[in-house]
Ligand binder design. Sequence first.
Ligand code: ATP
Ligand code: MG
Length: 444
Amino acid sequence: MSIPLPENVTCILDRLNAAGYEAYAVGGCVRDALLGRTPEDWDICTSALPQEVMACFPQCKIHTVGLKHGTVLLMLDGRGYEVTTYRTDGPSSDHRHPDGVRFVRSLEEDLARRDFTINAMAYHPARGLVDPFGGRADLAAGVVRCVGEPERRFREDGLRILRGLRFASRYGFQIEPETGAAIRQQANLLQFVSGERIFAELKGFLAGQGAAQLLLDCREPFGAVMPELVPMFDHPQYNPHHCYDVWGHTCHAVEQVAGDPLLGLTMLLHDVGKPRCFTRDENGVGHFHGHPAESVRLAGDILTRFHCDNRSRDTILTLIAWHDRVRVFTRRSVRRMLASLGEDNARLLFRVMYADARAQSPATLPGKLESLAEGERILEELLEENACFTLKDLAVSGKDLLALGYPSGPELGAMLNALLEAVVEERLPNQRQALLDALPAPER
Ligand code: ATP
Ligand code: MG
């Protein structure tokens, strides 16, 4: 078994070896290379102490931010290579970071501190693979398994819970039963992890193909980081449109957008307000009136805690607000949708509506698909016609009106918006003269 190493990596290993130290490629890069994937970055571990590493690369640009954890970042040809001294992590009283690290001279000790067996392998071109925990077999079997005792490993660092789920989702792996049990039982350890780190892992998790099934099978950690989700678990719908409970519907909707983190978040949160809006009518049928607005509110709280960037946040909340708004697709309703959302978000909204429909009862699906297809057809037709949706598409501008003698001020804006409204509703054509004719003459 041999792994092709990039030239710079071979060069770093050789240099350290020549100076009398051990050095190996380690962790994610070995895992990905064995899976036949191209590693994003190559990490190196070594018996050399950080100062010794730096002494081996006097010509190299070096970043030392990670120095106290033993990491030297070597810059070669504009790429960074993390070279980290073999270390063990001490106990961690904050359930997130080790209280202190200790440098050691043995590779096995270093591998033992790593989170999962598939991440605890090292490779050297002459010495081959070092795999004391059976990582290669777990890779072949498609298993995410903690190195050592799962409960203890998650107590040391709660983030590992989400890392494990992310690897399982990305590679379509199973979680080994003991590891899975610890993930479910100790989900509350995630309270010690920052919102930013949780969000980064969550997006990575949703970017994988296996997210939906894991959300169904292993929901506790997600409930721990987003308590707003918990009321959805097992919440019945009592509605002929639905064949799953609220959480089941949510997971199936996530499945429909597999691989797309932005839409994954949208589907994960689109119905989060449902339990609070639940009523049953005299026939026992369940309803969730007003749930999109409630979902927007709760999703907004969640995304704030996660420090989500504003652009993604706006998109997600807009899509949630609109996910159930347009029931009948006509030129007028699609035009309104385009005017409010713009082309990009309107297209995303169709993906959301398809995902939502496909996660509902198969009995009612064909009619919904037909209606959505008609909506998309109209969308394309309107875009093709270059139809007017925003003030900047309107055939007259504020400048035009000022030139004709209309006074500047809020009335001018109101006039333009009234014209836009009329055009969007197809009461007026988007033509300069027709629009001007519709206005009262300016007072002179
Ligand atoms: P990715 O593909 O996301 O980069 P990775 O496994 O390379 O996956 P990194 O965060 O780059 O993840 O970490 C590199 C290696 O460091 C991991 O493979 C693992 O051996 C170890 N590691 C990282 N984070 C932890 C952690 N929280 N606990 C234990 N070991 C960890
Ligand atoms: Mg990595």
